[in-house]
Ligand binder design. Sequence first.
Ligand code: SF4
Length: 518
Amino acid sequence: MNIEKFQESMYQLIVETSTNLPKDVRRAIKAAAERENAGTRSAMSLATITNNIKMADDNVSPICQDTGLPTFKIKTPVGANQIEMKKAIKNAIALATKDGKLRPNSVDSLTGDNSGDNLGDGTPVIKFEQWEKDYIDARLILKGGGCENKNIQYSLPAELEGLGRAGRDLDGIRKCILHSVYQAQGQGCSAGFIGVGIGGDRSSGYDLAKEQLFRSVDDVNPNEDLHELETYILKNANELGIGTMGFGGETTLLGCKIGVMNRIPASFFVSVAYNCWAYRRLGVAVHPETGEIQEWMYQEGEKIDFAQPVAAKEIAAAVEAPAEPEVITLTAPISEEQIRQLKVGDVVKITGMMYTGRDAIHKYLSDHDSPVDLNGQVIYHCGPVMLKDDEGNWHVKAAGPTTSIREEPYQGDIMKKFGIRAVIGKGGMGAKTLAALQEHGGVYLNAIGGAAQYYADCIKSVEGVDLMNFGIPEAMWHLKVEGFTAVVTMDSHGNSLHRDVEKSSLEKLAQFADRVYK
Ligand code: SF4
């Protein structure tokens, strides 16, 4: 095989997967956007998401800054040299990372050191299989951490919150799947897609669940029972009212695919792989001699182009329309008095400075001084994709919010210690942070998960960086922003939209407990 050409083909596959959402996924998102009631925060979120997809197309930049754990599934004809192919894929991954198409995401689990090129033990994941056909089938999924962390596995029989007993039958499986959507809330960047694996052992069950994410959104399950269950779940999960980003609304789930395999009599696992709206998976058929791409997969049918890219200020203007919530402008340093005036549901537009901080920064700040004065400032839970130009200046290539709940053990204490007034992230935070917001005078702002291009456009300059020893995603970036729009979802009066949506969705979930299925 022409291995150089194969490497080039794999590079193309990586870049397309990271920057260009497949046609079947676009159609599902468009249908959701049309269903969502105009004027709601979910509708606004979906509008931001669709704009972001278009911006990623135009900029050939990552749709979401979390480009996940690259996972390849490759079928090869007998005789293909898998060792050479593996090397070529790794080279293509390193090059795509260098070019800012992937975020450096491979971290030593014990030391936290980032390898910088996405290569390391276990990364990327490459799974080979031989087959009788005469071409190479190479598929790639980039599944980020926010949604990966919402995967869940049930061992039946089980007692499920809101639903009671789930037995070893289709009804029990139905309950597990509904519960999996409930427990994800908006934290996996809903509206999402789920792959479900019934049977196997703990590891093969999860593999089967992930395998379902390689199916086309539009396909029809050949197993009649599973087809019916997929249709049932898609319809009824959307009645839970979790909505886009967990803001409440009509669309929570965009797709459900279920597979089944045998199990041993003692075990009965239902495994669920949750994927965010940024459902980045593509595939190519490659010629085994020339290494060239012969065909792209998941690209049949109409391509939804979405709206023309909208600048940040135009999105803010759209939510300023009379029927929409008032937009409040914040510029750091922010006073306690300003913060105490904000309430859940307000839309804010930030102009001025903000500082990124993720897991490593929060841990660091809990027992060190801050490298900058954070009094009255805004912390952004974000691990951006950054590129340095030849003059040594940094540029933001993608910068959406990361899942905030990971910082729950630290957030409240850090806000009080340094006088931080606002934190921005996604998915909401818990009771400890809510109490600190009330005591200290702070707010939690929910940005739109995955809207990495939209937010990168709001960042006008990179003013500095601290703690680069933690690696690019974990460093503290000093960002100057303009018109950075987010929604107050936790305020200083003890209110939390996340807590309210979780409570109401649990009540709705409970209504499915005794519904007769089949
Ligand atoms: S859209 Fe959300 S869950 Fe998906 S990769 Fe991006 S940040 Fe993670």
